[in-house]
Design a protein around this ligand. Sequence first.
Ligand code: NDP
Length: 457
Amino acid sequence: MAYDFDLFVIGGGSAGVRCGRIAAGHGARVAVAEERFWGGTCVNVGCVPKKLLVQAAEYGAWADDSRGFGWDITRGGHDWTALIAAKDREIGRLTGVYRTLLEGAGATVFETRARFLDPHTIEVGNHRVTAERVVIAVGGHPVRPVIPGAEHGIVSDDAFYLERLPRHVAILGGGYIGVEFAGIFAGLGAQVDLVCRQPLLLRGFDEELREGLVEAMQEQGITLHLRCNIKDVEAKGDRRHALLSDGTRLETDLVLFAVGRQPNVAGLGLERAGVEINSFGAVCIDETWRTNQPHIFAIGDVTDRLNLTPVATAEGHSLADLLYGGPERHWNFAQVPTAVFSVPPIGTVGLTEAAAVERGTLDIYTTRFTPMRYTLAQRNRRALMKLVVDQASQRVLGVHMLGDDAPEIIQGMAVAMTAGATKADFDRTVGVHPTAAEEFVTMRTRTRVAGVARAAE
Ligand code: NDP
């Protein structure tokens, strides 16, 4: 049968655009449909605008710190409207670039919703098209908790378009988004209450980093309500009243829910295509991104595995190569580095101490110090760095950092991990002085051994 397209990609986010662009580059007849915004979550309501807001939030503290270096800069007011307008201009530019890249590669673009009519037929706007293969790359969306008054709160998508900076914000959720927005709002001058049901923020990250982050956020003036939840939210005029599970009542301008994201499968017609999803709504795939239908694939957040942009783009690229004969590339998905743009930020790659200790005895190296900048600034902000090393093989299993530039530093550490570096490799690497990063190659004395009892069992 002759199809209209070799490949139809549903969703023009990080995964879909990369897949469509590379497949078109290999000569496939490609179409990509995007109903909302090119570049998807990352470019429009995720990583990119988030980082711009994080950067905006840094300037106030820098103005304060500059006095320690002889400047007489005084912190002035902040214009939220100007910031959002500048952010929107940059996002508008980037989203245009994404569309141009696709068209430049020869793909047909549809700026409308697409859904399956049957396994090979897609309804896209008023058209019906057929495709030999289909890629589902529709991403996810932030969810609200199931509590009374949840409609009175906002989610991260809305936070990027607020008309004014709230004076007081309550945030629910101690994951990436809750932690990052707490830092943004606090840095821009708002009073922030962060509510997290765990004893520490960022479940799944290394425990020492999580403890360090709690201290750092409290130092930043953020009020943490740990082991706590929001039971209900009431709207009274412009104000929001949140009742916490410990009985505390918070009266705020804004409640932000940051309690996770779910795949965007509703209304996609997956049942007509016969594509299986799991109980969470994520599209089920095998190790080559293939669904239960041999010609339909799914990549990125709609598969709900590692919901990170670089993973989504890597998947899109690899799938296009796999289907249309590009060079085979083996990504190291086992050790994916990640960053949280908190204040200060976190960079991490590999196993946490708690996960690594399950495998055997560990040598743990840690260091805490005040970065040079904060000595003259007289700011109480400490950096924490940690190496988790397998004692038997001396392989470095995990590298963790809380401190300025941690996301930049961890990228290089991830290369070392992918190359299988041992502690001896770190030790024979010459440091860059004076930097915080050099601590990773100068931690000579083991802080402690972990997991001896388990290994002896
Ligand atoms: P996360 O899954 O990271 O965190 C969700 C938080 O909400 C956790 O603290 C979780 O607690 C809590 N939570 C979940 N359900 C409830 C509930 N019903 N009541 C109270 N608390 C609840 O989700 P985010 O929304 O922060 O981010 C979504 C994903 O987006 C991330 O996991 C990440 O993949 C991606 N992302 C990546 C970023 C980056 O790379 N820097 C930045 C932002 C997002 P518990 O731990 O107990 O489940």
